[in-house]
Design a protein around this ligand. Structure first.
Ligand SMILES: NC(=O)c1ccc[n+]([C@@H]2O[C@H](COP(=O)([O-])OP(=O)(O)OC[C@H]3O[C@@H](n4cnc5c(N)ncnc54)[C@H](OP(=O)(O)O)[C@@H]3O)[C@@H](O)[C@H]2O)c1
Length: 311
């Protein structure tokens, strides 16, 4: 009988989408924090040994970028040590590993989209621990795909989109930074690209040779570039243009009317945060497109989908 796919982090933005899509590729054992606490190394080993997966997909992470500055050991345990254990165990079972990483492994001093091989230089605890996770997976020798993504949001949960909509019911004016450049990427596109890439590979446990020359690190982000300020403006424009009958929007607004009509640009210096963020963290998808033929929609189209599909 074919061994299952083990999805770790089923409750997260990307994990919840994967939980819906991965069953297309076979039987899935999907775990959230309640079933597997990644701060417990023995629990990780035991869970993998029990499941005997052919593929592990790790969508869990310590993603609280500012809080990580205060909890570096916990961030290290979840973002670096846990993936290292997953990689070791996967290798023992001839399983493959899919893992996610971040644009925050870069320092943002480049002024053209980052390529996978550009030298990383993280500015924060979160970025450093995510980079350590990547490196541990690579040096384990496991068959793997690492997908770096950026500025992730979803129709549900806690993220920039939902925060802007909520604040827009409470204030007349929003003040948002305009000196950080990136590509806001919807969870749905990341999960769909993951499935499309996996559909083009054979895993070692299937008698294949792992991800073979397709294995490695890839960027999956929305096409195009924007700033948090311009993203917030686009969110308010979409919200204003969306029918009042949208139950998703009504719920995102907490049943309150949209108050803010104006977004004022500010600098990062005017909005100090515990973690430093790169000023420019646009990632190039060209390696993904070349290897797998996958094109990712631009950030405006992705944002429009949230409003139009949830109306
Ligand atoms: N969010 C972004 O803007 C962003 C940007 C670039 C890259 N990424 C990367 O993309 C991947 C997925 O991110 P996401 O936005 O989907 O994250 P998310 O929504 O914050 O979900 C992370 C998941 O990890 C789980 N988790 C955290 N600590 C855990 C622990 N000790 N044991 C078990 N589970 C634990 C969380 O569980 P709880 O819900 O119980 O806390 C949550 O379900 C991550 O690798 C992240 O680094 C994210």
């Amino acid at each position: 009988m074919k061994r299952p796919i083990l999805l770790i982090g089923k409750g997260g933005q990307i994990g919840s989408e994967l939980a819906g899509l991965l069953p297309r590729l076979g039987e899935v054992v999907a775990l959230g924090r309640a079933e597997l606490d990644l701060s417990n190394p023995e629990e990780i080993r035991e869970t993998i040994r029990r499941a005997r997966p052919r593929l592990i997909v790790n969508a869990a992470a310590y993603t609280a970028v500012d809080q990580a500055e205060k909890e570096p050991s916990l961030a290290q345990a979840i973002n670096a040590d846990a993936p290292e254990i997953m990689a070791e165990e996967a290798k023992k079972f001839s399983a493959s590993l899919v893992h996610y990483s971040t644009d925050y492994v870069f320092d943002g001093t480049k002024n053209a989209p980052y390529l996978e091989d550009d030298p990383p230089n993280p500015l924060s605890v979160y970025g450093r621990t995510k980079l350590a996770g990547e490196q541990a997976i690579r040096s384990s020798g496991v068959s793997h795909l690492i997908f770096r993504t950026a500025w992730v949001y979803a129709a549900q949960g806690r993220n920039f989109l939902r925060t802007v909509l909520k604040l827009a019911t409470q204030r007349d004016e929003l003040r948002i930074v305009r000196d950080q450049y990136g590509a806001p990427t919807r969870n749905v596109e990341i999960a769909a690209a993951t499935i499309a890439a996996l559909a083009r590979t054979t895993e070692p446990a299937d008698g294949g040779d792992g991800f073979a020359d397709l294995g490695g690190t890839y960027h999956i982000t929305a096409a195009g570039v924007t700033t948090w300020y311009d993203f917030a403006e686009a969110i308010l424009q979409e919200a204003s243009a969306t029918q009042a009958s949208s139950s998703w929007l009504a719920s995102a607004l907490g049943g309150l009317p949209l108050r803010a009509r104006r977004v004022t640009p500010i600098t990062s210096a005017e909005y100090p945060t515990p973690a430093r963020r790169p000023a420019y963290s646009v990632l190039s998808n060209s390696k993904l497109t070349k290897a797998f033929g996958i094109e990712i929609a631009d950030w405006q189209a992705q944002l429009h989908c949230v409003f139009s599909l949830n109306s």
